[in-house]
Design a protein around this ligand. Structure first.
Ligand code: NAD
Length: 407
């Protein structure tokens, strides 16, 4: 049943595109079913900072005289939560009935930011209903399911995309610029450090949902983060050819959103080595049980024959071979070099939008203007594959090859 919010417009409440006087722009309203928008990612990144931010700007200019006006249809399980969200942002459409929304011929795109375990079934339904699909990662809980979604979407001829936000972050865009400009010479290695302390929930509330720590509910840091590492490594340095991982559940008991103790059945840390096509070796630590002594919550150091870089979410610093100091190992004397101070900031040289919004814009241009788009359900399946093989590697205590997958 589609319901209506009769509350006044909120801060993002423009219900009509603002006028563009003196231009012959055609406005096209596109209805996007957004499922899971009461959650962390769905609400903040996708609804507010992407779709509503696009509306704030007056819509998305396709560059061919068309202005897209995204009209979200909020979908979820709890009517009161959807009603409150719709009222808060002055949105008209929400529904607790996914099947009815998918039957609506006015709805063009299905977006999914639900808990991971609920995704596969919903995306399958959306594809069967002929909707274009845009979804959070991981696309499914296993490679078979993820590949099947990619094949179904391909066969149905719908357009599909998977969130791969990290490569649209300023720090990683600057890193990509360095790679493309040949700054590194031959890239030897990549070292990634991701993580922060997630409170156990006893004396301070946990800052992540409890399902993240239960394997039976689709949780685990490998399932969550390896899909990100797959596309970051692949896009910047080369496809992952093998993985060797060791996972751990460092904090075995946590308290949930209601203060109730539960067993953490999923991994909360993973220490992994990836061999990349092209010969570089990547090593990434991922942990929700580590305290931050870094400048950013994720950092990648890349070392090449010509130079090195350290990139985070926003910043990127470099050291060229010509400016490389000559340390000499002598533990008996204090460090003689100010090592951190010897790096140079890479300038922005442009404006960076919110990474999620940038990718939404690219996806909408793919659907409505036929722009190329490679971050699709097959790319999403590669992420699921790496997570699956990472867990297998840890369980079997060995390095595992990562075969190339195709439709
Ligand atoms: N791209 C990224 O950087 C990034 C970061 C974090 C999470 N994610 C992904 O986004 C998705 C959502 O993560 P989140 O952190 O927003 O989670 P969350 O728990 O905050 O939100 C989950 C949403 O799913 C809904 N839901 C549907 N079925 C449910 C069920 N059976 N049990 C509980 N909730 C259910 C909830 O109501 C809520 O709207 C996950 O798939 C996660 O992997 C992506």
């Amino acid at each position: 049943m589609a319901l209506s919010a009769d509350a006044p417009a909120g801060m993002f409440g423009a219900r009509e595109p603002p006028p563009h006087e003196g231009t012959d722009v055609t406005r096209k309203t596109v209805r996007i079913a957004m499922n899971g928008v009461t959650g962390r990612m769905g609400h903040r990144q996708h609804l507010v900072r992407s779709i509503l931010a696009l509306r704030e700007r007056g819509g998305l200019d396709l560059g061919d005289g068309t202005l897209l006006w995204p009209e979200p249809v909020l979908v979820g399980r709890r009517e009161h939560a959807l009603r409150a969200l719709a009222a808060r942002y002055g949105l008209e459409h929400f529904s607790t009935d996914l099947d009815a929304v998918l039957r609506d011929p006015d709805v063009d795109i299905y977006f999914d930011a639900q808990v991971t375990s609920a995704r596969e079934e919903a995306v399958r339904k959306a594809v069967a209903a002929g909707k274009h699909v845009y979804t959070e990662k991981p696309t499914a809980t296993g490679l078979d399911g993820a590949l099947e979604l990619a094949r179904l979407a391909h066969a149905a001829g719908v357009r599909h995309g998977v969130v791969q936000d990290k490569i649209f972050l300023p720090g990683l865009l600057k890193l990509k610029r360095l790679v493309d400009g040949g700054f590194f010479g031959r890239i030897l290695s990549v070292r990634g450090e991701f993580g922060y302390w997630v409170f156990e929930g006893d004396w301070q509330e946990a800052q992540r949902p409890s399902w993240n720590y239960r394997a039976e509910d689709g949780g685990g840091i490998v399932v969550d983060m390896f899909p990100h590492w797959e596309y970051v490594l692949h896009e910047l340095f080369g496809r992952v050819r093998s993985v060797q991982a060791l996972t751990a559940t460092h904090i075995p008991r946590r308290r949930d959103e209601h203060g109730k103790p539960y067993d953490a059945t999923a991994d909360d840390a993973a220490y992994a080595v990836f061999e990349l096509e092209g010969g570089a070796v990547a090593q990434i630590n991922s942990s929700w049980a580590v305290r931050v002594h870094r400048d950013e919550l994720v950092e990648f150091q890349v070392d090449g024959t010509e130079g090195s870089a350290v990139a985070g979410l926003r910043d990127c610093r470099v050291q060229h071979r010509s400016a490389t100091p000559r340390p000499v190992w002598d533990p008996d004397v204090p460090a003689t070099e100010p090592f951190r101070g010897q790096w140079q900031q890479v300038p922005d040289n442009g404006e960076f939008g919110n990474a999620f919004k940038v990718q939404w814009e690219l996806f909408l241009k793919h659907v409505y203007a036929g722009a190329p788009y490679r971050w699709d359900l097959l790319a999403g399946a590669r992420g699921v594959q790496l997570a699956e093989l990472g867990l297998k590697s840890s369980a079997e205590g060995r390095r595992v090859d990562v075969p190339e997958i195709t439709l």
